[in-house]
Write a protein that binds this ligand. Structure first.
Ligand code: NI
Length: 175
């Protein structure tokens, strides 16, 4: 808007929106129709892994994982995105309190994997090959199990995304 368009005159009284008295108001009427939303929390961690299947021969491991030149593994800057889904609560306007998911991810995931070697330091990855695919599936099971104990009514785990790099990521939806 240019300065010349700014009106110096107060707007007409009828043009200003005014709330009704609280007793007469119907808040979040827009949510009377059930609205399904997807709410995501994104977290970051650093970890090392070695892609190696102990039941393969050395030659097979080199063929499949191309890791023969890096016996002790390598590190990644991982991102994890966890999405919950459900119908928005009409009264609060929330699907759920995001603090709950923040705390869950800190306690159940980050405290266990951040700055760890996934093959050796992290029990949830014992006897796995911790590819991004396997990480996504393992995280799903951990998060889903914990969520169910919290009884967040009408809220379900929808998706787990594990980014191994900016360009490569895996999506798991519990199927
Ligand atoms: Ni890697």
């Amino acid at each position: 808007m240019s300065l010349s368009e700014v009106s110096a005159v107060a707007p007409d009284d009828d043009a200003v929106w005014k709330p009704l008295p609280n007793a007469a108001r119907r808040i979040n009427q827009i949510l009377e129709k059930p609205r399904k939303v997807y709410v995501t929390r994104k977290v970051h961690f650093n970890a090392a892994h070695r892609l190696f299947n102990p039941t393969f021969t050395d030659e097979q491991n080199c063929d499949v994982y191309d890791i023969c030149n890096n016996f002790y593994g390598h590190g990644h800057n991982y991102d994890l995105e966890v999405t919950l889904a459900g119908i928005v609560n009409k009264d609060t306007g929330y699907l759920f309190d995001l603090k709950i998911l923040k705390k869950l991810l800190e306690e159940e995931i980050l405290s266990k994997v951040d700055h760890k070697h996934l093959n050796f330091d992290v029990e949830m990855f014992k006897d796995t090959v911790p590819t991004a695919e396997v990480i996504a599936v393992v995280f799903w099971d951990v998060i889903d199990r914990k969520l169910k104990t919290l009884n967040l009514e009408g809220v379900e785990l929808y998706e787990v995304r594990v980014f191994e790099s900016e360009r490569n990521f895996v999506v798991y939806r519990g199927e």
